[in-house]
Design a protein around this ligand. Sequence first.
Ligand code: FAD
Length: 420
Amino acid sequence: MNTYQNYDTIVIGGGPGGSTVATLVAEQGYRVLLLERESEPTFKIGESLIPATYWTFKRLGMLEKLRTSHFPQKYSVQFYSRSGKGSAPFYFFQTNPHESAVTWQVLRSEFDQMLLDNAKEKGVEVRRGVGVREVLLDGDTATGVLTQNADGTRETLNATVIVDSTGQRSLIGRQLNLNTIEPNLKMASLFTHYEGGHRDEGIDEGATLILHTEEKDSWFWSIPLPYNRTSIGVVGELDYLLQNRRDADGKLDTQKIFNEELMKCAPLKQRLEGAKQLFPIQTTKDFSYRASRIAGNNWVLVGDAFGFLDPVYSTGLFLALKSGEMAADVILEAFRKDDFSEAQLGSFGPAFVDGMEAFRKLVYAFYTKEFSFARFLSEYPEHQGGIVDILSGDVFRKDVTHIFPDMAEMCPLPPEMPIG
Ligand SMILES: Cc1cc2nc3c(=O)[nH]c(=O)nc-3n(C[C@H](O)[C@H](O)[C@H](O)COP(=O)(O)OP(=O)(O)OC[C@H]3O[C@@H](n4cnc5c(N)ncnc54)[C@H](O)[C@@H]3O)c2cc1C
């Protein structure tokens, strides 16, 4: 049993989830150390925000920094069907006549660094170039971390609370074998950035576009970024996009696959005419999973370290920020009560998972071939507002569950995944 703690809280990982929890705990006067393994800001995927992030940015004191940034403003998301026809854009201000209805498209290297700088300003000790090899556990109780520093040295650091915000690395999830891949969302993605290409005008210039390919076997995102760049990625089932596309030698030509999918998406192909691809295709797969627990004694999971759904509605950053905020609240309460049990630190879990489940149902609807939002809304026009609320991320502030009984008439919705 340690009688001296080096820190009140150690946060592992300096992505949006880690920066959020660290900032909000440090701001209340606690000693917080954040360890980020990368020495420099790096490229990351996940570039489109949704409006509900506004409220976490407000608490973090980030709104002015974002307003004065060069990140394109996002007012809407627009869907293109397999026939190449675009839906009317879903403007977030349709259900929310407030400045929070406008959000941003971000370059992650810059955005993550802005959040880390803000954390430092609020009192967090940020160390870059320090990876955590292992969370030290005494049974199920976290006591500290074993670090691997850039110069190869290792260090043991103790803290009362350890936050795992290592993203898909999911340090504690792997150590305790907590993670389950979503059985029906075995997906893969290929992505890159382009320079140039067509953009719509006015408030549509910063819109996210979600475009199905001809047979609806895959879909593309198009996300406008600063420096006249656009992030373009394709998502499809792992077997379809990668496993079944190997050549006779078993090799994968991801550029060829990307080009083949683009050929099946006429509206996007047209928009990218004359644009220049900026770097080779990158690949990721098996990204939809969830941990069976969100906390234990003296430890908490935040953001992707707990789980990730799917890129389609750009919910990842929001859920990382929101879980960072909720985790900070239960940690601050734990210090006040001197109770660092799983029951206390995991007390935000049920509400957080309820919000996540609303997105998850909409993700399953999206991947049901026979389902389309256009058809759903023509049959149930009263649900237009509910859909916009979910696309805006308003799943914690409003009850959006009323749309699901009708949606279940048109597509199978998944049973909820409980947490322990
Ligand atoms: C294909 C794809 C497209 C996506 N598109 C979107 C999108 O458009 N919009 C959206 O909102 N979300 C999107 N996402 C999801 C989004 O990227 C993540 O949900 C988000 O980055 C999660 O934030 P986080 O802070 O939990 O983790 P991360 O942003 O992954 O941050 C984790 C940090 O921990 C550090 N780290 C890892 N291991 C260690 C260690 N052992 N020691 C120290 N540091 C460590 C990493 O270097 C990293 O900086 C997408 C995801 C995928 C797979």
